[in-house]
Design a protein around this ligand. Structure first.
Ligand code: GLN
Length: 542
């Protein structure tokens, strides 16, 4: 029978509940259990595709084309599995489904109410993965904090699950602050948060405390007493420098054993060695590699900024670690180059440059200038989606003598739209159907024999995930290739350009896809791996 691990949060948002959920899942997986994970987002949007990355962080794209909260990315990276889009539940989806059923007369004669109709719909969705496939554990993270209006029905639904006979354990993740004036860790916010949860009818089985330093015995005792749990079930999750070490932090506190005991499950074999070795290995690297990410999301503060590109950063880390290097990521605001072109020479100090995905016009010209600089100064370059589109624009303008070349997204009137709408997108935009209508999810690409990209993948046909409305305009493929740009991968029908490279450059590779979504610890994405190797070579040239 499947077991559900429900993870709720309290006190403040942004506690790293996603990492906590992924890490609990990981230790269960490392002990031989089959684990998957779900994320509940209490907002009214049907998915994360229409949210602003600077407010909400990156939009994660699943293999089957879902646009989802970045936490699903953590689950995929930690658990090394592909998670389908229906593992993300939002209020918008749930209400949408209930209203549709009501209109179709599915509840005929009944008054349709939040309880039981909305909660039944939520439970149906939470139970769906284990009906489709056999899992030992389904991790269910509920977004937001206890006390928010918007997640009350989700909490009510998971409360009912236990009553209805599902095997459920509740984890509550809270924050234990240290007040500067007192220098003392305070447990009162945790006590209040658990009190709120108990008012809803949920008694947590475990309380996971987020804090700067490990929780001491005095606070542990207090939390146990006031939250009505055993001391050993207060799990300390203090700050550590590497998120991938969190599962080991839990293992040190015997969390897996405690979970299994509560569920009367026997211990399976354990395979912690590989993960432990991985963590020990990456802690040792002292050689640094300096990667610059040229982006535009810089107005809201540094923590939000890095969240907007989290999968790119993780992919850089995975590839760097695999090459025994310590990655250092620098944020480069492309708008700076628009005002001060002389700043472009600062790029010489960087070992490799990435232009990641993006939308809209701001900072575009600065990005194009940075790409030109990387191309002309042999700086390794990796272009991701928008980063490929702008590389093509730059090449058309400066190497193919098409001065007015541009992307239709940037300049609607350009005489040389080297990047243009994917044909289906024209009607979609005209009708303002923005939700879930981009080219989304994994698509195949056939790689050209003998190209660098084909060598890096070591295969002729690969699948990467996509999220875009524009593409290389087929009318310009010949002229670009005549000028030595190579399209090293295309859609199987040959129409869409999926990869490009410049053979004369040490590493100038770009893709219309987002390979960062498939990068995993110990399994770096081939394009990132090639990029880091080239960056390492450049660092030795210094
Ligand atoms: N804005 C571009 C497009 O829609 C690129 C999107 C992206 O980088 N994900 O095609």
């Amino acid at each position: 029978m499947v077991n559900y691990i429900i993870v709720t949060g309290g006190v403040v948002s942004g506690l790293g509940k996603g990492i906590t959920t992924a890490s609990i899942g990981k230790i269960l997986q490392l002990h031989g259990y089959k684990v998957t994970a779900m994320k509940i987002d209490p907002y009214m949007n049907c998915d994360a595709g229409t949210l602003r990355p600077t407010e909400h962080g990156e939009v994660w794209v699943t293999e089957d084309g879902g646009e989802i909260d970045q936490d699903l990315g953590h689950y995929e990276r930690f658990l090394d599995i592909n998670i389908p889009k229906y593992h993300n539940i939002t209020t918008g989806q749930v209400y949408g489904a209930v209203i549709e059923k009501e209109r179709k007369g599915k509840y005929l004669g009944k008054t349709v109410q939040p309880i039981p109709h909305v909660t039944d719909e939520i439970k149906r969705r939470i139970r769906k993965p284990s009906q489709e496939e056999k899992f030992d554990f389904v991790m269910v993270e509920i977004g937001g904090t206890v006390g928010d209006y918007e997640n009350v029905l989700f909490l009510e639904a998971v409360r009912q699950m236990k009553l209805e006979g599902d095997k459920v354990l509740y984890f509550h993740v809270t924050y234990v602050p240290v007040l500067n004036a007192l220098g003392e860790a305070k447990t009162k916010p945790t006590q209040h948060s658990v009190k709120l949860l108990r008012e809803i009818g949920i008694q947590p089985d475990f309380v996971v405390t987020r804090s700067d330093d490990p929780l001491d015995d005095v606070r542990r005792e207090k939390i146990a007493m006031f939250c009505n749990i055993h001391e050993e079930d207060v799990i300390s999750n203090s700050d550590i420098d590497n998120i991938y070490a969190v599962p080991l932090l839990f293992e040190e506190q015997h969390l897996c054993k405690k979970i299994l005991n509560k569920l009367n499950l026997r211990k399976n074999h354990n395979d912690l060695k590989t993960w432990k070795n991985f963590i020990t290995k990456i802690k040792k690297f002292d050689k640094k590699i300096n990667i610059g990410i040229v982006g535009k999301y810089f107005d809201i503060g540094s923590s939000q900024l890095s969240d907007s590109y989290i999968s790119v950063i993780e992919a850089v880390k995975h590839a760097a670690w695999d090459n025994n290097l310590n990655p250092e990521v620098q944020w480069i605001n492309s708008k700076v180059f628009e005002k001060k072109p002389e700043k472009l020479s600062t790029l010489d100090d960087i070992d490799g440059i990435i232009v990641p995905g993006g939308f809209g016009l701001s900072g575009i010209h600065g990005k194009i200038e940075a790409i030109q600089y990387a191309r002309e100064h042999d700086i390794p370059y990796l272009g991701l989606c928008l980063g490929m589109q702008l590389a093509v624009v730059e090449y058309a303008q400066n190497a193919c003598n098409l001065k007015d070349a541009n992307s239709r997204e940037v300049d609607k009137k350009t005489t040389h739209p080297v990047i243009d709408f994917i044909p289906d997108q024209v009607n979609i935009i005209q009708d303002s159907r923005y939700g879930a209508t981009m080219r989304l999810g994994a698509y195949p690409a056939v790689l050209k024999k003998g190209t660098l990209v084909q060598k890096l993948y070591g295969k002729n046909k690969i699948y990467e995930r996509h999220r875009h409305r524009y593409e290389v305009n087929p009318k310009y493929v010949d002229i670009l290739e005549e000028n030595d740009l190579v399209f090293s991968g295309r859609s199987p029908d040959g129409v869409l350009m999926e990869f490009m490279e410049l053979p004369s450059h040490p590493y100038f590779v770009a893709t219309q896809a987002h390979p960062e979504f498939k990068s995993r610890p110990m399994k770096p994405s081939p394009l990132f791996d090639g990029f880091i190797k080239a960056a390492k070579k450049k660092s030795l040239r210094k």
